[in-house]
Design a protein around this ligand. Structure first.
Ligand code: SF4
Length: 881
């Protein structure tokens, strides 16, 4: 393998067409950290959420860590890498190219640190794919001097033993509480020329870092018996620095997200996140508002999720929701509250949500009987649900989703739980005529919770319950039942509860080809079943099943060396309370001073942060939305870009932009290009106009899509914006006189390869019929051929279509192996033919902007033309729009 950085457009070239969504692998996002040169000696760290780009780019932990680390670019550079889809993995193997980071193309073997944030257990094999494809030995024992240190963290790895064979270190807890300092320490160590051993020793010394026992041994270190979770107490009063790239492909969660509260006061006994993120810390409303403002004005988001484990428990959620709606509704921004617990889901809150969206409600009931709800410490009284549903229906909600689990440690788990779920849903259906969606999952007794010693249902037991629920509700109209496959829950249970031997299962499954296991279309159950059978054969008996079985009170647990700071005595007491169906009260500030429950978290350093603390600390942080000061450009043209103004005082103006599409942008799909433009106009201050109707969209139109890989020289964009009435003349002058500033601001906010070349106001502002779709009659293309031979062949093909294409008036010299061609719409054949497509199949080669091979042609759309009404002659489309 070579040691230089990878340039995917150059090094992979045309072959990128062989894979789905090649834009996943070329970077170029607006807001990405600047690339490094191969000679740069700063510490190189890549952070990965080990799933596909669209999933990884939605991950909040990744955004936080990337932003925080890149604040320290004087000593380090943090880049991103995601899991390759199987088609791209094969391509890398074929071409002998190592997996690389998106910012600079650093081959992973050339990193100092490769860090994974593990959101769920089924990412395990993806982690190995990333390492192996990046040329990083996947087993700790095989890594040596010069190899990257591999670290992981996140809620799915609070029992690190199943991953011990693959990782050099595991960070336990919240990254803001010391991870950056640790990496800075490693950067300084690198500068001093420290060895791998010195680096590992520094890591091992940190109280929140776990090191695999085998590595401890080889380093000659004593076994660390106690690793404690890092808690970021100041979450509530720290404004996060969020400078994260704006994705070039729509991520799975395309909303902007503001974490309004960390932790949860409710203490549901089955919930691992509830324990991993203790204590509850609510963020200052001022900081939340500032984060929202940043997401809207600087990042261009129109939908914002106010996220937390239980958003309804945020103190003052209704006031916050009101304030945000008042400030931003005129900007067509909507806010969403996921994770609403029924207790906190008060009717006034329902009222607020219904103002924005009436699509559906979600109730995480978990278990049907109220006495069983006491056992899991989560009260979801039937009467309350019924009352909320009734109210919701009157407010226009049409559907409700109910989440349940089977296999919870209740007195009659299994089929009796299934029966109770059926009865519960039937009662609901009898009460309200609303469309009901039921989702059933299998309970996984997770480490560090009061149920950590409980048994998990087998796949067969869980399936029997789920099938029974499906069969029983099949005949009811308006009820749909879906479920999380119990086999996946079994794997998740195994990966979260196992010991170091489970690494053999992960390794075996990976070696046999397991990839992207959380994806239905990629998960190969037969492969995993074979691996599990082989594991049992090797170890004898029901070896893997033993990890899902009940554990006796005195029995050591694989995760015993890890402390989330919740006392084990307390977990035990909670388990006893569950058996007695007794509730434990929720955490309140009152309890912080004299906590009667005392789980072990609150004390001198940590405490819950709720209403009274937020009120008590008279701290005003940040700017309010109305204080926002934009870029220089916005200040200069501020009169045309009011942050808010009544619609009646605004005038809709049609702008025409000429833009080009080059480099990595030739791989961006058209709708993502449109998203990119709409965002760039928005964040540079323009008030983009929206379509009317149920789902308003930014009002813009682009020239017809170009095939992937084809450049565009003078593409067109129509975008409608609003400016204050009576300012059209001034605005025209402003755009003309400040054209360079206007363009450079827009271009700074676009993905790499998209460039606005000119911007002006349409002369036909009021003529709604003058659109690209209506007026486009011809396009001009330039084709360049790598060899004379290809050029001659292309001309022979062209001769077969004498009436569909004509050579352009500015046809270039034959010596340059180029053809300039006019493609008229509805040619002689009555159809609009694409010479590009004809060439592609006729020459049997791909077109691409850059390719190291000799066998290629390049295609570029040079311009778009319309027909002048008066003389029927062709004219540049931009002049008649
Ligand atoms: S110590 Fe008390 S208030 Fe603090 S997290 Fe534990 S139970 Fe809640």
């Amino acid at each position: 393998m070579n040691k230089r950085f990878i340039e995917p457009m150059q090094d992979i070239g045309t072959a990128l067409f062989q894979v789905q969504k090649p834009a996943r692998y070329v970077g170029g996002e607006c807001g990405a950290a600047p690339p490094l040169g191969p000679e740069d000696s700063r510490l190189r760290i890549a952070i990965s959420f080990p799933d596909l780009y669209e999933i990884g780019m939605s991950n909040n932990a990744l955004r936080i860590i990337y932003s925080m680390l890149n604040e320290r670019r004087n000593v380090l550079a943090c880049e991103r890498v995601f899991a390759p889809a199987p088609d791209f993995e094969q391509l890398l193997i074929q071409k002998n190219i190592p997996l690389y980071t998106l910012e600079s193309g650093i081959p992973l073997f050339d990193l100092d640190i490769l860090a994974f944030t593990m959101g769920y257990e089924l990412l395990a094999t993806n982690m190995l794919t990333i390492m192996e494809r990046g040329g990083v030995p996947i087993e700790t024992a095989r890594r040596g001097e010069g190899d990257p240190i591999v670290i992981a963290g996140g809620p799915a790895i609070t029992n690190p033993l199943p991953f011990a064979r693959f990782l050099d270190a595991v960070w336990i807890g919240e990254a803001e509480a010391g991870f950056v300092d640790l990496v800075i320490g490693l950067a300084e160590l690198k500068k001093s020329g420290a060895s791998r051993r010195d680096t590992l020793i520094l890591l091992a010394e940190h109280p929140s870092v776990w090191i695999p026992p085998s590595l401890e041994k080889s380093l000659g270190l004593p076994h660390k018996k106690h690793v404690v979770r890092a808690i970021f107490q100041d979450f509530y009063r720290t404004e996060p620095v969020l400078r994260f790239p704006y994705p070039v492909l729509s991520p799975v969660h395309a909303h902007g997200s503001v974490e309004i509260m960390r932790g949860c006061p409710n203490g549901c006994r089955f919930c691992h996140a509830g324990y991993f993120y203790r204590p509850q810390r609510s963020k200052y409303p001022e900081i939340i508002k500032k984060e929202v403002e940043n997401l809207i004005l600087r990042q261009g988001y129109k939908e914002i999720t106010l996220s937390s484990l239980s958003s309804g428990d945020y103190p003052g959620i209704i006031e916050l929701f009101d304030d945000l709606n008042t400030a931003w509704s005129k900007h067509k921004v909507s806010f969403q509250l996921p994770s609403l617990k029924v207790d906190s889901f008060t009717l006034p809150l329902l009222e607020k949500i219904s103002e924005v969206r009436k699509s559906g409600l979600t109730f995480a009931v978990e278990t049907a009987l109220e006495s069983w709800q006491c056992a899991i410490n989560k009260q979801v009284p039937f009467e309350k649900i019924a009352a909320i549903l009734h109210e919701a229906k009157t407010k226009g909600f049409k559907s409700a989703k109910f989440y349940f689990m089977v296999g919870l440690p209740v007195p009659e788990k299994g089929m009796k739980e299934a029966q109770e779920i059926v009865d519960y849903i039937e009662r609901i259906a009898d009460l309200e005529r609303i469309s009901i969606h039921v989702n059933v999952g299998t309970f996984i007794p997770k480490p560090h919770t009061p149920f950590e010693r409980e048994a998990q249902l087998s796949e067969e037991e869980a399936l029997e319950c789920i099938q029974y629920i499906r069969r029983s509700l099949k005949y009811r109209k308006n009820i749909e039942v879906s479920y999380h496959p119990p086999f996946l829950s079994v794997l998740e249970g195994l990966l979260s509860r196992g010991d170091e031997s489970v690494a053999d299962i992960i390794f075996d499954a990976y070696s046999k080809g397991a990839r992207l296991d959380a994806w239905d279309e990629h998960m190969d159950r037969d492969l995993w079943r074979e691996v599990l059978t082989r594991f049992d054969e090797k170890r004898g008996g029901a070896a893997w099943q033993s990890f899902l079985a009940e554990k006796g009170e005195g029995e050591p647990l694989p995760w015993r060396g890890i402390s989330l700071k919740v006392a084990s005595r307390w977990l035990q007491r909670e388990r006893e309370r569950a058996q007695e169906k007794k509730l434990t009260s929720i955490c309140t500030e009152k309890c912080t001073e004299k906590c009667t429950e005392k789980c072990g978290i609150c004390g001198h350093f940590y405490s819950i942060v709720s209403k009274s603390i937020l009120n008590k600390e008279e701290k005003h942080i940040g700017l309010s939305a109305s204080d926002y000061v934009g870029s220089d450009f916005r200040i200069a043209g501020r009169e045309f870009f009011p942050d808010s103004a009544a619609e009646a005082n605004m005038l809709e103006v049609k702008l025409i932009a000429v833009w080009s599409k080059k480099g990595p942008a030739v791989l961006y799909p058209l709708h993502d290009v449109a998203r990119s433009f709409s965002r760039a106009f928005h964040v540079t201050g323009y008030q983009v106009s929206f379509t009317r109707g149920f789902n308003p969209q930014p009002r813009l139109e682009l020239s017809p899509p170009l095939p992937l890989g084809v450049e565009g020289e003078n593409e067109l964009l129509l975008i409608w914006i609003n400016i204050p009435k009576n300012s059209l003349g001034g605005f025209e002058k402003f755009i003309l006189e400040r054209q360079n500033d206007v363009l450079s601001l827009l271009n700074n906010n676009l993905a790499k390869g998209l460039t606005v070349k000119s911007l002006g106001i349409s002369r036909f502002n009021d003529d709604r019929k003058r659109t690209i779709g209506a007026l486009l009659k011809a396009t001009v293309w330039k084709y360049r051929f790598a060899t004379k031979e290809l050029y001659i062949k292309a001309n022979t093909i062209l001769a077969e279509y004498p009436n569909d294409f004509s050579l352009a008036w500015n046809d270039t010299a034959m010596a340059q192996n180029e053809i300039d061609l006019v493609e008229k719409f509805s040619g002689a054949s009555g159809k609009t033919l694409s010479f590009y497509k004809i060439l592609k199949s006729g020459l049997a080669v791909e077109a691409f902007v850059s390719d190291a091979t000799e066998n290629y042609f390049k295609a570029e759309r040079i311009d778009c033309y319309g027909v002048l009404e008066d003389n029927g002659g062709y004219t540049k489309l931009r002049d008649i729009l």
